[in-house]
Ligand binder design. Structure first.
Ligand SMILES: *Cc1c(COP(=O)(O)O)cnc(C)c1O
Length: 799
């Protein structure tokens, strides 16, 4: 094999090329260097032929000694006479080395961001604060991985005056490579409060690894209460710049106190705004300069949002920024959800790549966009002058000169029920109006599901175990909506899905989920349909076991070790073993498992250990009877945190995905769900006047009452009434007064003079823990979540 030219020689040749790792994002074939990386499902080597036909001529390919298929592609090299192949056994490493070399051509401040939460939002906000004064290069979205970091760094151009790069690690040992590429001159560390410093050794090791990103940097911004990070930074000889925010009005940066107009934000986001403002200050912006753009920092509108559409399919609104990277990412998201094969794109004006554009090359949008869009769309509606040419070059596309023209025509476009509609535009065009017009909106009560936080939480659990992940999406994914949650978890790397009933499994298949699906509650008469949907029943009766084998189903054996619910009980084990010995079950049995009854409660740890021992002993006998070792699993969310030594081959993750119900990991998890409604009316009442049914509410004083558009039919339990629970309104908490009605609820806002019609009222969310509602209603968060009614609109956000 010829050896590779050195990095400086390769850099001379490819320094102004696009580095491509995803064949769908091709823009400029002649100036593209494609890296064939091994992916989870397919190997990049397989795309060589396809890209060659599109005009790509430069390829970095893997010299796999194993993997005949990939090798086969390579042996066909003769088919690509004009191509240059760079052969290496580590294409990713070469990508990283090129990026690291590129980075070293620049002598500007390079700020690296890492931490446990909010990295992307802090990066976006910091870029927003700096942009009026400096030319900023910032990583797109959350490009923070071993692949994302080099691609981000590659965007550095001579005109840039400051760079901000995000770094995230999913496995131990990854940070050193990222640090070498970014070579930060300064940094920012985000951390959720000091609770994190609790100090398990592996937590501390992880923390130390994250901080090692900043080795060699001059200074690093950290929250003042994060004393662990401060200590670790000092050990590296890096100056910590601490910040402490007070009530969204004051920011103390080391000894300096700044009065600044932070926008009204939930507490955890306010922490992110403090961090961004501190970094802007440390990078040399003055107080007045920071104050000028602070009020514009917003949380949700810069993210992709998925809602249910009037036409019956999802409407995905991503109308914040519309450069090519953002468009490619949104298309990926939409395409994964378009299992009907119907994908409509409503496309506004394409911006040059925000501030980090390689502005030297400007080409007509149709040239760069055609390869990105062409094979994937079934409908294209374009808006704005610069898209006219694109519209002409795609058959069947329709063009509108401005958003109003499209809005006027929307009702006449025959969207079909399964069609996924993606709306992509820049914020100035305000295409969210199109999204609003296309979305179901009968009810103003919303359950928001933050898919980025869900993914984060999934990774928190996954990084702590070597077991594969079964994610529990039963009961409509604990109320969040099974298909969107399952899609997000599949993309995050889940290995298995689990539901309670066969219909839930079929529903996931209809929505295009491909992962294996385990069904907890299934009986013999369901088996035929289960087979056609590739669903795998949990078995707890011998006759079902036989039927499943005859039907050719894969099954999971449940053992009852103390939950006293479903499963083979110890007394039934003997009969089970006899059956297993008598027949050919080796391929039928995919796993053997049990469920812990009290994994969350230290008072029952002896019982839990006994369950585990009972399981282990039974498993050994089952394996012996089978003559095989099927996979084992017994840990739910709290089990994963509290009995990590028994993770075995799989774990079953449920409530922890939502950032609740698992005290041991609470500090590392992010809130995923928020349940909110709106104020429909506000009026005054005199002391002594009664409120609502049965006159159970009474004004203790003259004051004001607000009516909310939420009732027990939506999932606000009636037990939350009569002062037992308070909703969060702008300005503070308002107790429920009188009984909760079916569709409405009254709250006392006498103490909150600013409250007005249309204000948002939080029932639970980032700033209002679900436990408060659960306690008021004398129940647990699981029941609150799964009790949220079907008419409540689910809205999904993703980065
Ligand atoms: C619901 C369920 C889980 C998940 O439990 P969490 O406490 O939500 O993590 C795991 N296993 C089985 C069998 C379940 O029914």
């Amino acid at each position: 094999m010829p050896s590779l030219p050195s990095i400086p020689i390769l850099y001379d040749r490819y320094g102004d090329f696009d580095l491509l790792v995803d064949s769908r994002r091709l823009r400029d074939p002649e100036k593209t260097l494609f890296f064939a990386l091994p992916g989870q499902r397919t190997h990049g080597n397989k795309f060589v032929g396809q890209l060659y036909r599109k005009g790509v001529r430069h390829f970095v390919v893997h010299t796999l000694r194993r993997g005949p298929q990939v090798q086969g592609e390579l042996d066909k090299r003769g088919k690509y006479p004009e191509a240059t192949f760079l052969l290496t056994d580590d294409p990713l490493r070469l990508l990283q080395q090129l990026a690291a070399h590129h980075r070293r051509q620049f002598d500007i401040p390079v700020l690296a961001i890492t931490g446990s939460n909010g990295k992307t939002i802090v990066k976006d906000w910091l870029a927003q604060l700096l942009q009026p004064y400096l030319k900023v290069c910032a990583s797109p979205r959350s490009y923070n991985s071993r692949i994302g970091v080099p691609l981000s760094v590659w965007q550095l151009r001579p005109e840039h005056e400051v760079a901000i790069f995000e770094a995230g690690i999913s496995e131990a040992g990854e940070m050193a490579a990222l640090a070498e590429i970014i070579l930060p001159t300064c940094g920012l560390f985000t951390m959720l409060g000091s609770a994190h410093a609790a100090g398990f050794t592996d937590e501390l090791a992880k923390h130390r690894e994250k901080i090692s990103l900043f080795r060699g940097a001059k200074w690093v911004v950290v929250p003042a209460d994060d004393t662990t990070s401060v200590g670790l930074l000092r050990k590296l000889d890096v100056e910590p710049i601490t910040h402490l925010g007070i009530k969204g009005r004051w920011l103390e940066v080391e000894e300096v106190s700044l009065e600044l107009p932070f926008p009204e934000l939930p507490a955890i986001y306010l922490e992110n705004a403090y961090a961004a403002a501190t970094a802007a200050y440390a990078l040399g912006l003055g107080k007045e300069q920071i104050a000028a753009s602070l009020p514009d920092l917003h949380v949700l509108d810069n993210r992709l949002e998925q809602r249910a559409g009037l036409h019956g399919g999802p409407v995905i609104n991503d109308s914040y920024s519309n450069d090519l990277t953002a468009l490619a990412a949104a298309l990926d998201f939409a395409e994964a959800r378009a299992n009907s094969g119907k994908l409509c794109l409503i496309l506004g004006t394409i911006q040059p790549r925000s501030s980090n554009s390689p502005s030297t090359r400007v080409s007509a949008p149709e040239d760069t966009l055609l390869p990105l869009l062409h094979p994937r769309l079934t409908r294209l509606l374009t808006i704005g002058e610069t898209n006219a040419g694109l519209s002409r070059s795609i058959a069947g596309a329709r063009h509108f000169s401005h958003p109003e023209a499209l809005l006027a025509e929307l009702g006449n476009i025959p969207f079909s029920p399964g069609e996924v509609i993606l709306i992509k535009g820049a914020s100035e065009e305000r295409l969210h109006r199109v999204a609003d017009a296309l979305s179901r909106q009968q009810h103003r009560t919303l359950l928001r599901i933050d898919l980025a936080a869900l993914r984060h939480n999934f990774n928190v659990y996954r990084s702590g175990t070597s077991a594969k992940m079964i994610v529990m999406v039963k009961a409509s994914a604990y109320g969040g909506g099974a298909p969107p949650v399952a899609h997000a978890l599949a993309e995050a790397g889940a290995d298995y899905l689990a539901v309670a009933y066969p219909d839930e499994g079929s529903h996931l298949r209809q929505h295009g989920l491909q992962l294996p699906i385990m069904v907890l509650n299934a009986a013999g008469h369901d088996f035929d349909r289960m087979l056609s949907n590739r669903l795998e029943p949990v078995i707890h009766r011998l006759e079902d076991l036989r039927r499943a084998r005859e039907a050719g189903l894969k099954v999971h054996l449940e053992l009852d070790t103390g939950m006293a619910r479903l499963g083979f009980r110890p007394a039934e084990l003997k009969a089970l073993l006899t059956e297993l010995r008598s027949g050919d079950y080796e391929r039928t049995i995919a796993s053997v498992f049990t469920h812990l009854a009290a994994s969350e409660d230290g008072a029952h740890d002896d019982f839990t250990r006994q369950q585990i021992n009972t399981f282990d002993a039974a498993y050994e006998r089952i394996a012996e009877a089978l003559g095989a070792f099927p996979s084992r699993h017994l840990l739910n969310s709290n089990g994963i945190s509290r009995f990590p030594g028994h993770a075995y081959e799989y774990v079953r993750l449920g409530i922890g995905l939502y950032g609740i119900g698992d005290a041991a990991k609470a500090a590392a998890l992010r809130p995923v769900l928020s349940f909110s409604t709106r104020v429909t009316a506000v009026f005054e009442l005199k002391a002594g006047q009664s409120i609502g049914y049965g006159r159970r509410g009474k004004m203790a004083h003259d004051g004001r009452v607000a009516v909310l558009s939420v009732g027990y039919a939506d999932g606000l339990p009636r037990l939350a009434g009569e002062g037992r629970f308070s909703v969060r309104l702008p300005g503070g908490l308002a107790p429920v007064i009188g009984s909760v009605c079916m569709d409405m609820t009254m709250v006392d806002v006498s103490q909150l003079p600013g409250v007005k019609v249309d204000d948002e009222a939080m029932l639970f969310g980032a700033d209002h823990p679900i436990e408060e509602l659960a306690e008021a209603a004398m129940t647990i968060p699981y029941e609150i979540l799964t009790g949220i009614g079907p008419r409540v609109q689910r809205v999904y956000t993703a980065e």
